[in-house]
Design a protein around this ligand. Structure first.
Ligand SMILES: Nc1ncnc2c1ncn2[C@@H]1O[C@H](COP(=O)(O)OP(=O)(O)OP(=O)(O)O)[C@@H](O)[C@H]1O
Ligand SMILES: [Mg+2]
Length: 389
């Protein structure tokens, strides 16, 4: 498909004020502008969006020069013009731009008309480059909803660790959404208690990457997180449609959207379950979670959720001597795809400290099983099917 939409500009800068100023200037001129605040994110976005121009602030961590060099060695991106934002007019700074492969530079601070002029001239110069690729707006990102067969079975713990494991295994953009809207504790498990959160995103008529930028939290593991609102009334006001719209948008930006939910069948959860590409149904080897799992599987069929989209995750699998893995499978008359060990005090400690097991105890069997689960789920179809068992 040949693109007729406006030019696309990717700004790579960790300076939020500078990035927002440039965003305003360029969008008011009709450009489609996208923001990245780390080099890794910039490269991922560049690969996905195939922008017409990339603007790199040399201060972006770990190094704007290094990012530019990296883009130049990537055959899919090397033709895209790069405008560097440097801090000094010194000859050494300008030479560094050329050595990194930049096409032009601007010395900070710069007037907005100079930004427009330099951007336009680079775009004109490179207009004869390869045909632009459309932005991926089909629902490419995989939406994975974690749903508990009962409260307290470990759903949030598993979702949080799994999101980080997916990022570690794939190095792709991962977003963890706390959709346990009233009592979500992703913030506690990741020690991200300050704002922002999901709230203002849901009130918008149109979602853009800039809005997203304002609402997401960056966790040190590399994943992005959208927290539940701390306010009860705000949480109450969120509608099923708003959640679906948000997830549809997120799936155009991230490769994996991991959703933690509350164990109940309200309309918002039904919307989440209907939108999910995959559902991870968590249970423990106890009578009530097993019975609820059975009920869930029956309901899934009734509301049109294909059973092959539901993965059963048996948490604390070794915690009940009288109900082992096989007994659970016999009761449910189906296979339990993943199981996780009971981790006693270590996991409670990691929760108290706000550092997930997969980071604080990477070689603990629980963490290794989560990583194996992520590998199985992200494996190409031909080699998947072995499960984590
Ligand atoms: N494999 C495990 N071994 C030991 N303890 C675990 C394990 N998984 C979770 N826990 C503990 O169980 C408790 C509940 O975990 P978590 O909050 O993740 O469950 P939940 O199903 O999301 O609960 P809620 O219904 O409140 O949202 C926590 O104290 C957690 O540390
Ligand atoms: Mg929970």
């Amino acid at each position: 498909m040949v693109q007729t939409s406006p030019f696309r500009v990717l700004i790579a800068s960790s300076n939020r004020f500078l990035a927002e100023d440039m965003y305003q200037v360029l969008t008011s001129e009709g450009y489609d502008v996208f923001l990245a605040d780390t080099s890794e994110e910039a490269e991922n976005l560049a690969l996905r969006l195939r922008p017409d121009l990339i603007i790199i602030d040399v201060q972006i961590p770990p190094s704007g020069y290094e990012l530019c060099r990296q883009l130049r060695t990537n055959t899919a991106l090397s033709h895209i013009p790069v405008l560097m934002l440097i801090d000094s007019r010194d000859i050494s700074a300008r030479v560094a731009v050329l050595e990194a492969g930049g096409d032009d530079y601007l010395v900070k601070p710069f007037p907005s008309d100079e930004l427009l002029y330099r951007s336009r001239s680079l775009l004109v110069r490179y207009r004869s480059g390869p045909t632009r690729q459309p932005i991926t707006t089909s629902n490419q990102g995989r939406v994975m909803v974690f749903f508990g067969s009962k409260g307290g079975v470990g759903t949030t713990t598993i979702a949080v660790n799994f999101a980080i494991a997916i990022h570690q295994v794939t190095r792709k953009p991962v977003l963890l959404l706390d959709a346990d809207l009233h009592l979500g504790d992703v913030s506690v498990q990741l020690d991200l208690s300050a704002p922002p959160d999901i709230t203002h995103l849901l009130r918008l008529d149109e979602l853009t990457p800039l809005h997203l930028q304002e609402a997401i939290q960056h966790h040190m593991s590399g994943i992005h997180v959208l927290l539940a609102p701390p306010d009860f009334q705000e949480a109450r006001a969120i509608t099923p449609d708003q959640l679906t719209t948000l997830i549809n948008f997120l799936s155009t930006v991230y490769d994996y959207i991991i959703v933690d939910s509350r164990a109940c069948f309200d309309d918002r959860n039904l919307a989440l379950l209907s939108r999910a590409d995959e559902i991870f149904l968590t249970l423990t080897p106890e009578v009530s979670p097993i019975r609820n799992t059975s009920a869930f599987l029956r309901l899934a069929e009734q509301i049109g959720i294909p059973l092959n989209a539901v993965h059963l995750v048996l948490n604390r699998a070794n915690s009940n001597r009288s109900i082992g893995l096989r007994a659970v499978e016999r009761h449910l008359n189906t296979r339990v795809e993943f199981w996780l060990v009971s981790s006693g005090q270590v996991i409670v400690r990691s929760l108290t400290q706000g550092v997930p097991m997969i980071i604080s105890q990477p070689s603990h069997p629980f963490s290794e099983q989560i990583v194996q689960m992520a590998r199985t789920i992200t494996a190409p179809p031909a080699s998947s099917g072995s499960g984590a068992r």
